[in-house]
Design a protein around this ligand. Structure first.
Ligand code: NAD
Length: 420
């Protein structure tokens, strides 16, 4: 069946397609070289948890490329994350940073633990244990982590504290982690940046397709950081959010869900499930319901060859990393569904992380207004760069985004020379 795709195999398939497009333009040895991660590290954490027992957890740090600068990418904390997943995600970060135009390479880390099954205190201990044990692989010129699935702003605060404490200092010199609480040197607007970037891309897609956004309909899969911010942003633009799902359930209302009330419900109960104003539906089937925009903002490999023929959305905006399998991608392209690829659509987070990095390096402060203005300008500019190239070359938005990202990395490698 079509569900054999892993995060790494999807990342490699997207890369191989791009490398083929670049044959003749870029040295083929260079294309082989950047197909490989630069470094994959496995760390064993063994903290004493609240039950006074020692527990073992695996953690991974992968730096895929540092041609453009220090590796950048979030920490994923789930019970199933593997070093190959982290490698695929790190690779995607390389192209994303290069596409969106920030001087970072691609990195990612993973902690194998299910945050939903941990007490708040135990999660804090594991995050601090990760910071201490992976410290030699983290730093402003090495790898700068951020939140990803299963980790949040508070966890980044613990990481900053653990690192500065290890150094015997009140703070760190330079930026070791982004997505921190604003009070600890985080930047206003970072928490919302990925979801807001998704909304900016959707708005531009509507304009290019000559469609009106007010009154349009959307479905959002995943109601965490990215999904909930994207949903509220679309709701405020007059889009009817007709269905939302998370790991535990899904709710629908054709008249449009009250997203503010749904956020309150999720804060209270931990899930969208049993939201009283919506009808309970099947989360998988939800992806096939009629709507103008589908926003996958949860796990990878959700749109597969099995459901792609039945998807009714006109636009797919990939808030998640790798939500579409390569086989599904082909089906969607043939069906004329406009896909805004992950490396463009969810790049708002890493763009604002870069603003946080520069703010901390220069010991400056930026206002939320400045951050949001710069985010809007950059996302809009990059959306149109990718769109124009896709039109000129008659290629998909994913092919266009990957072509620009990979080519930029190749140019950085050529500029550095071939010695490493
Ligand atoms: P999160 O942990 O805050 O939320 C994840 C949400 O997805 C939760 O509501 C969870 O219940 C739901 N979910 C997980 N698996 C699901 C499934 N199979 N079906 C339905 N719902 C499911 O994570 P997040 O930070 O919002 O990240 C979501 C996605 O966006 C991930 O793919 C992540 O890599 C990507 N992303 C996040 C950021 C960021 O800044 N946080 C940046 C770029 C990309």
């Amino acid at each position: 069946m079509s569900n054999k795709n892993s995060i790494l195999s999807t990342a490699l398939a997207n890369y191989d397609r791009t490398a083929q497009m670049l044959q003749g333009e870029v040295d083929s040895d260079l294309l082989l070289k950047i197909r490989q991660p630069k470094e994959r590290i496995e760390v064993t954490l063994g903290p004493l948890l609240g039950d006074n027992k020692l527990h073992l957890f695996k953690a991974f740090v992968v730096r895929h490329s540092e041609a453009m600068g220090p590796a950048k990418g979030g920490i994923r904390m789930t019970d199933s994350v593997s070093i190959d997943d982290v490698t695929g995600l790190a690779m995607e970060m390389t192209w994303k940073c290069a596409l969106i135009g920030v001087p970072f390479g691609g990195g990612k880390s993973g902690i194998v633990a299910d945050p939903a099954k941990l007490t708040k205190h135990d999660k804090e201990i594991i995050i601090r244990s990760f910071a201490r044990n992976a410290l030699r692989h983290i730093g402003p010129q090495v790898y700068v982590p951020a939140p990803d699935m299963g980790t949040n702003e508070q966890d980044m605060g613990y990481i900053k504290d653990a690192i500065s404490f290890s150094m015997g200092k009140a703070t760190t010199q330079g930026c070791y982690v982004t997505g921190k609480p604003v009070i600890l040197g985080g930047i206003p607007g970072r928490r919302e940046a990925t979801g807001n970037g998704v909304v900016i891309c959707i708005t531009e897609a509507f304009k290019t397709m000559d469609m009106k956004i007010r009154g349009a309909t959307a479905i959002v899969q995943g109601f965490g950081n990215v999904g909930s911010v994207a949903a509220i942003g679309l709701h405020r633009l007059g889009v009817r959010i007709v269905a939302v799902s998370d790991l535990y359930g899904a709710v629908a209302d054709e008249k449009g869900l009250d997203i503010e009330a749904l956020i309150e419900h999720t804060k209270r109960t931990g899930s969208v499930k049993d939201f009283p104003q919506g009808r309970q539906i099947d989360g998988k089937k939800m992806l096939e319901m009629p709507c103008d925009v589908l926003v996958p903002a949860a796990a990878a490999n959700q749109i597969t060859a099995d459901n792609a023929p039945n998807i009714k959305a006109k636009i797919i905006a990939e808030g998640a990393n790798g939500p579409t399998s390569p086989q599904a991608d082909e089906i969607l392209t043939k069906r004329g569904i406009f896909t805004i690829p992950d490396i463009l659509c969810n790049a708002g987070g890493v763009f604002v992380s870069y603003l946080e990095y520069t703010q901390e390096t220069q010991q400056e402060q930026m206002t939320e207004e400045e951050v949001n203005d710069r985010l809007k300008k950059r996302m809009t500019e990059k959306f149109h760069q990718v769109y124009e190239l896709s039109r000129q070359r008659k290629i998909t938005m994913r092919e266009s985004a990957m072509y620009i990202g990979v080519k930029n990395v190749c140019q950085a490698m050529i500029a550095r020379g071939y010695l490493s």
